[in-house]
Structure formats: structure tokens, C-alpha cells
Design a protein around this ligand. Structure first.
Ligand code: S3P
Length: 174
């Protein structure tokens, strides 16, 4: 991996992107960018509020602008929002600027990880395995096509996942 190569973690809500990203920043000695946190800071509103007040499309615009900005900033580990792959332009920008790692998990695993959260507007009122499975199916090909590396996370510890990513990244010469 070259010094200017970002590592983008993508995957469904609850796939473990934020936790794994934190571990990777230590293992790879790179700064961390948590996209949703950056958006909350910049907008001065929670993700729920942005969806409530402005709607999903506006959130996707803010998200795309941030993907673009991150391409100009020093290389980092980027924990992406779960919907970042919806816009093809985001995937193009990420591919140009780094390596994309898809953390996959089964709908049941995702449900267990997110069921007590109220901070994901897309799941508020839809907190069940069937909804998660349906949305995941719609997005699966987007995640898979975007990915340079795919890691199945079910039944693995965060440390095992992070170590697997570090091993895969070592093969990337960009
Ligand atoms: C979303 C995922 C969320 C957040 C927003 C929309 C999605 O991020 O960006 O609620 O559409 O999958 P996490 O994947 O970090 O929960």
C-alpha cells in the first residue's frame, strides 16, 4: 500500500465498520475518519435530525460531498456510512483514492448488533430481520462490486477481522 492510500470500510449498518476502523488505525498507524461523526459535527445535527428535517436525499448529498473532500485530505482509515455505495460517484471516488474493504454479515448477525440502537433512521420502525435481509439483498451487489477485499465477519472477533484486513492490504501496491 502506498502512503497516500486510504482504506475505506463499507458494509451494512452494524457490520462492525467503526469498531474495526478504530483497531486498524492502531495497527496501521493511520488517522481515523468516521463519516457519520464528521457529518454530525459539520451539520450540528444528529443523523436522525438530518433525515427528519431535510430527508434522505439531502443526507446523501452531504455524504457524497464528504467522500469527495476526504479524497483531498491526508490518507486515513475511513469508516463509511452503510449507504455510501448507493451513489456510483462515491464508489468511483473511493476506488480512485484507496482500497475498499467490504465487511459482510448475515441479517441475523446484523439484527443482534443493531437491535437496541435508535440512531439509524432507516431502521427506526423497521427493526426486524426481514427488513434487514430485504435491504441487504438490494444493496449486496453494490457492496460486492465496489469491494477490493471482502471479509465475512460472522463469528469472528474484531481483532481477527482487523488482522485479516491488514494481511489482505499487504498485497495491495497502489
Ligand atoms: C445508513 C447507515 C448509517 C448512516 C445513515 C444511513 C444506511 O451509517 O449513514 O443512518 O443507509 O445504511 P452506519 O452504517 O455507520 O450505521
Amino acid at each position: 500500500m502506498s502512503a497516500d492510500c486510504r482504506v475505506y470500510l463499507i458494509g451494512f449498518m452494524g457490520a462492525g465498520k467503526s469498531t474495526v476502523a478504530r483497531l486498524l488505525t492502531q495497527k496501521l498507524d493511520m488517522p481515523l475518519v468516521e463519516m457519520d461523526e464528521r457529518i454530525v459535527q459539520e451539520q450540528g445535527m444528529s443523523i436522525n435530525e438530518i433525515f427528519d428535517v431535510y430527508g434522505e436525499e439531502r443526507f446523501r448529498e452531504i455524504e457524497s460531498r464528504l467522500v469527495s473532500t476526504l479524497g483531498q485530505e491526508p490518507a486515513s482509515i475511513v469508516s463509511c456510512g452503510g449507504g455510501v455505495v448507493i451513489r456510483a460517484e462515491n464508489v468511483t471516488t473511493m476506488k480512485k483514492n484507496g482500497v475498499i474493504v467490504f465487511l459482510s454479515a448475515t441479517p441475523q448477525t446484523i439484527y443482534e448488533r443493531v437491535k437496541n440502537s435508535k440512531e439509524r433512521p432507516i431502521l427506526n420502525g423497521n427493526m426486524n430481520v426481514e427488513f434487514i435481509a430485504g435491504l441487504m439483498e438490494k444493496r449486496r451487489s453494490l457492496y460486492e462490486q465496489a469491494a477490493d477485499i471482502i471479509i465475512a465477519t460472522d463469528d469472528k472477533t474484531k481483532d481477527e477481522i482487523a488482522d485479516e484486513i491488514v494481511t489482505c492490504l499487504a498485497q495491495f501496491q497502489r
